[in-house]
Design a protein. Structure first.
Length: 366
């Protein structure tokens, strides 16, 4: 069986004030081409399908189009689980209907097993959506203290006959220790005030482990215990990463192939003097600027956006000693709360607050 391993789609993700939906559609279209070209049998999505638990309609439409192409146009099987960004209950709406079309989604249930046959025999899939420790204590065992404890319970009745694939959204490490974990922007902690890591040795009996949650592609302990990583960049901590999807041949032995996904607009960090940056070629990439100038620039973001419309942020390489004239002057006594926040936004961002954000802020303040 040929499997495509995806995770951390984060559909609906924003970077600064910019929606990444067009970039996501561009990447997902490449994935559809790969599924067709590589004769993939089954697609795994190991959590964080959406970036928020209540995604916008536009984000849901992008995912709906992607799944419809896979299961109805290409007649492929899909197994998807919820991640810590997702609402498991929302994902499982119409679950029984989708399963008739070979789309199997697990958001709010565990202790699941689904089996398929190929020319080499039976393959068993064990999808485990993200579950918080608080919920695990409430619904599974009140004595659970860590994710290690939780997974020992979830895996204890598996007999490991035939070929077995685990699908999970977690922090798997070489031990139940966070010291060696590299947490990046966009990767929410799985618990508050506790240890997120779990020991990957618990997974060694599986033939393949499809993991989600970490955006950098890598394996843990053994190449069969694998994070596919996100299919596109979502933060400036990922600028040097090569984004791929993983194709797994799970026949008489394990074979893994990576295929690169090209970005519509890339993520970059530009570290230079302001005047030199203004002489660079125009770009639609998402850019974080680090200015080497020792003196502050007047309205730098407004000027940079003329050449770099997707400029995200600016910071200085050196600490700035601002004169009193550079400090913000807001008449707090005579302005409303909304007006004060808008003034502060304009001071920090060198631009007026977008209308959609002002509308949201109004509703919050009301």
């Amino acid at each position: 069986m040929r499997i495509l391993h995806l995770s951390d789609l984060h559909i609906g993700k924003m970077i600064g004030n910019y929606s990444l939906l067009e970039e996501q559609k561009y990447g997902l279209d490449q994935i559809l081409d790969i599924v067709k070209r590589e004769n993939v049998d089954l697609i795994i999505i190991a959590g964080d399908i959406f970036d928020t638990s209540i995604p916008k309609n536009e984000a849901m439409k992008v995912y709906d189009d992607f799944i419809n192409s896979l299961v109805f146009k290409f007649k492929k099987k899909v197994i998807a689980i919820a991640g810590n960004h997702d609402s498991g209950k929302r994902l499982e709406i119409s679950k029984s209907f989708f399963e008739k079309s070979n789309y199997f989604v697990y958001g709010d249930s565990f202790f699941n097993k689904i089996s398929f046959e190929d020319s080499f025999g039976t393959i068993n899939f064990y999808p485990i959506p993200f579950i918080s420790l608080a919920r695990a204590r409430s619904e599974i065992d009140p004595n659970i203290e860590s994710f290690n404890d939780l997974y020992k319970i979830l895996l204890k009745d598996i007999d490991y006959e035939d070929r077995n694939v685990l699908i999970s959204h977690c922090y798997a490490n070489e031990s139940a220790n966070e010291d060696t974990l590299e947490i990046q922007e966009g990767e929410k902690p799985l618990s508050i005030g506790g240890n997120d890591a779990m020991d990957a040795h618990l997974f060694m009996k599986f033939d393949y482990v499809a993991l989600g949650h970490l955006h950098r592609k890598h394996f843990v302990l053994d190449e069969k215990i694998r994070y596919s990583g996100s299919f596109m960049k979502y933060s400036f901590s990922e600028v040097n990463q090569r984004k791929t999807v993983s194709i797994i041949d799970l026949n008489d032995n394990l074979k893994i192939k990576e295929i690169e996904i090209k970005a519509l607009n890339d993520f970059r960090v530009i570290d230079n003097y302001f005047e030199k940056i203004l002489k660079m070629k125009d770009s639609n990439d998402y850019i974080q600027f680090i200015l080497k100038d020792k003196n502050p620039i007047d309205s730098p973001m407004a000027k940079l956006k003329l050449k770099f419309p997707n400029a995200v942020s600016i910071k200085y390489q050196y600490d700035q000693n601002l004169d009193i004239s550079d400090k913000i002057d807001i008449d707090i006594k005579n302005l409303s709360t909304l007006e004060i926040i808008k003034k502060f936004y304009e001071f920090k961002m060198d631009e007026k607050m977008p209308e959609n954000e002002e509308s949201i802020l109004k509703r919050v303040l009301e």
